[in-house]
Write a protein that binds this ligand. Structure first.
Ligand code: KIV
Ligand code: ZN
Length: 548
């Protein structure tokens, strides 16, 4: 027996969790004597330090897409690149500067007039001037004395300021620089007009307590806002950035998903959410756009997000343990202190070795399925048998067990695909056309997409209903070679009641297999009779009369 229902605990969760006070009493007590800013600036360096991730090389088109997304996310500064690197890099920065975005657009430059001139030619709002200041960098890399570095920095900052731009100055390897020299550098650059001074932990060697004390020491001689820029070599980039704020910094340099040189930079999303939920400090970032931005950056850069990554990882709000799910259903705050909606995500239940009756029942509710006692017992026995044999149960496989227990078949599917074509090629926008029979009525339409699969799914969804969202698309190669079989899983959601449906298909052609999976998912969603379909009731009746 399947029944129309809401998506269960996730609906109840939303109302309750929005009212949560995230802060632990321990945080409150520890922070009570610390002077914290009300607002922190977010300086995004995804397009500069993030692009230094080994293996990442972005085209101008991709950089523009990312810059627009970062602007939409609400970062204060977009470091668009390092123009001295190449003509292509310069051109990309110029284009980003010309987009008219709200964010301040910045370019990186070494402390010499040549670099600054190229940066100026990009029409940026801000130039991020830097020079190494640690003895190890001065001796082995730059081969100059401290005084010379000081003069170069002063001259560079003055030169950039004379050209009317905002100047942010960084002492590269600051956390291995002699404190007296660092103070001298801060003093010198602000004297010639630096607007902000950044403290980079270039090789990720500082510990949070030391970062707090370094920034508070520097604050004694620094009148302009202090920023921190932390690398994640030992996994402390976010902790060190937050410690910098506790020490008196008011800006953090960070990247989406923490991508960057070596082990990466401080992850922007972790910083923004920590500031908001644990410190009660605002940023201009629209947190609800965090998850989609993270996914987009991962897709474009080709750098996957580890599943257990805080905030944006696939498992960040996924619960497997039956004990946890039981707690969640009773009161969301038991196991989810941060509302996933805050970052544009949704919590979910994974079915596995630790699942119990509660998890299985709640999981089925997401799909609008309600089973009686015997059916539930059958699924539980099946799940137990499969996972005991060491199998990792994927969502479509679990649902197949459920449909089986319910005795649901797809003998007379409401949606039948009669024709499908897709047009794709070089310099051509992929366009898919379908002829589908929906509840007996024939419909034909075309839609474009980023690729042929996207176009195909778009046209199917929109032809059936305006209320269907694509929640997940997963493609796996089953065998090797260009003639291999692929497996496609498509998860759709009915916008009206949040209920989900999954379709799965296996075949040699990615597009056709995707289409088959989409049709199955649409049929499952519509079979519940709760999707507003694009069928005119009057036309349907006429059809029925004719048949009769
Ligand atoms: O890590 C670093 O020191 C840098 C500077 C250019 C700020 O990326
Ligand atoms: Zn860096």
């Amino acid at each position: 027996m399947s029944k129309q229902t809401s998506a269960g605990y996730r609906d109840r969760f939303d109302q309750a969790a929005m009212q949560l006070d995230y802060t632990s009493e321990y945080n409150r007590r520890a922070m009570s004597g610390v002077r914290l800013p009300k607002m922190v600036r977010i300086f995004d360096t995804t397009l500069r330090d993030g692009e230094q991730t080994p293996g990442v090389n972005l085209s101008t088109k991709e950089k523009i897409r990312i810059a627009k997304a970062l602007d939409d996310l609400g970062v204060d500064t977009i470091e668009a690149g390092f123009p001295a690197v190449s003509k292509e890099e310069t051109d990309a920065i110029k284009k980003i500067s010309g987009l008219g975005l709200n964010a301040e657009i910045c370019a990186l430059a070494r402390s010499n007039t040549k670099d600054i001139d190229v940066a100026l030619s990009c029409n940026v709002d801000c130039i991020h001037v830097f020079i190494a200041t640690s003895d190890i960098h001065l001796k082995y890399k730059l081969k100059i004395k401290r005084e010379e570095a000081l003069e170069k920095a002063k001259h560079a900052v003055q030169y950039a300021k004379d050209h009317g731009v905002i100047v942010e100055f960084s002492s590269e390897d600051a956390t291995r620089t002699d404190i007296e020299f660092l103070k001298k550098m801060h003093h010198a650059v602000q004297e010639v007009g630096a607007d902000r001074v950044d403290v980079p932990d270039t090789v990720g060697v500082i510990a949070p307590h030391a970062m707090k004390s370094l920034v508070s020491e520097l604050k004694k001689v620094t009148k302009v806002p202090i920023s921190v820029h932390c690398h994640n070599d030992v996994g402390l980039a976010v902790a060190n950035s937050l410690a910098g704020i506790e020490g008196g910094a008011t800006q953090i340099q960070a990247t989406i998903n923490g991508i960057g040189e070596r082990a990466g930079n401080a992850a922007l999303e972790e910083i923004v959410i920590s500031l908001a939920t644990l410190y009660h400090i605002n940023t201009n970032v629209d947190t609800k756009k965090i998850y989609t931005t993270s996914k987009m950056i991962s897709k474009i850069t080709g750098v996957p997000v580890q599943p257990n990554k805080a905030i944006v990882g696939a498992n960040a709000f996924t619960h497997e343990s039956g004990i946890h799910v039981h707690g969640l259903v009773a009161n969301p705050s038991t196991y989810e202190a941060i509302n996933p909606k805050l970052v544009g995500k949704e919590s979910s239940i994974a079915i596995g070795k630790h699942s119990g009756r509660h998890s299985i029942k709640e999981k089925l509710r997401e799909y609008g399925l309600e089973l009686d006692k015997a059916q539930l017992q059958k699924i539980m026995t099946d799940v137990e048998r499969l996972v005991a044999g060491g199998k990792k149960l994927k969502e479509p496989e679990f649902l197949a067990l459920a449909y089986d227990a319910l005795g649901e078949t797809m003998e007379n599917p409401p949606i039948q695909l009669k024709e499908f074509t897709v047009l794709t090629g070089l310099n051509l926008t992929p366009t898919a056309t379908v002829r589908v029979e929906i509840d007996g009525e024939m419909k034909r339409s075309s839609k474009m997409g980023i690729g042929p699969v996207d176009a195909a799914i778009n046209v199917l969804r929109s032809t059936v209903s305006g209320n269907i969202l694509l929640k997940d698309y997963n493609l796996d190669a089953i065998t090797g070679g260009s003639d291999s079989l692929c497996e496609v899983m498509i998860k759709l959601q009915n916008k009206d009641n949040n209920l989900l449906a999954i379709g799965k298909s296996v075949g040699p052609d990615i597009v056709i297999t995707s289409v088959n999976a989409a049709v199955e998912a649409l049929n499952r969603l519509c079979a519940k009779g709760n999707v507003k379909r694009n069928v005119k009731e009057s036309e349907k009746k006429v059809e029925v009369k004719k048949d009769g």
